[in-house]
Design a protein around this ligand. Sequence first.
Ligand SMILES: C[S@@+](CC[C@H](N)C(=O)[O-])C[C@H]1O[C@@H](n2cnc3c(N)ncnc32)[C@H](O)[C@@H]1O
Length: 253
Amino acid sequence: MMLARALEPESLDHLAPDDPVAQRSRRDLRRVNAFMGARRILARALARAVAVDADDEADAEAEADVAAPLRILELGCGDGRLMLDVARHRGDRWPGASLDLLDRQPIVDAATLAAYGAAGWRARPLVADVIDWAARGDSEPRWDVVVANLFLHHFEGDALRKILAACARRADALVACEPRRSRFALAASHLIFFLGANAVTRRDGVLSVRAGFIGSELGAAWADASAAATWQLDEYDDGLFTHCFVARRPARP
Ligand SMILES: C[S@@+](CC[C@H](N)C(=O)[O-])C[C@H]1O[C@@H](n2cnc3c(N)ncnc32)[C@H](O)[C@@H]1O
């Protein structure tokens, strides 16, 4: 039987950025992302989103090369280290990419920003609540692609609609890699103490799976928010724990 989606506030969101418990939990998150294969999953989804012909999945990664230099916005970037891993491993596919790192908390440090430079990308932090960002006018900058990892599951209903609608207005593609709401992932989320996770990460891990997505839930939310039938949508599971959603405007003829 399907698990019903249930949203509860996550502990990390309510801890100050300099709280040692929060800092430890963000380090845990890096291990969780590594365990889930998040860097590869996100890079694959990004390649789909910016490929010239997304209908041909076999060519999608190869075709990603031509889309540089990309303007990327990451929503809920945390410490910014996951996209840094993408830049380090796959950055040559999108040379000179510029990356805006949005999070409500000011937690992208100078060393991380410098490391993006060393990887050939230009990154800058944007400290903002995503709902405020979504409410900004369309004269704001545009991006080729918005990415989100373990982020959209924090939202539902009107808030989720506003975020997706803003992405549709202000970008040509959206990539979201979210927790998969399956019984297997839920069972596994109770075991993340094996990764050395603290109490905050252990609690948030379970809540994240309960708030995660399955099937075509994100596509349905997107259709509801974007009011445009022309987008190419791709929603799929990647790995054991991740549910991905890619929306892109079709290439102009
Ligand atoms: C589970 S963490 C994921 C961080 C990062 N994407 C990763 O994979 O390591 C969720 C992030 O979303 C941020 N966040 C939560 N609610 C937010 C909001 N309303 N606006 C902006 N950022 C928010 C939190 O501060 C946190 O860094």
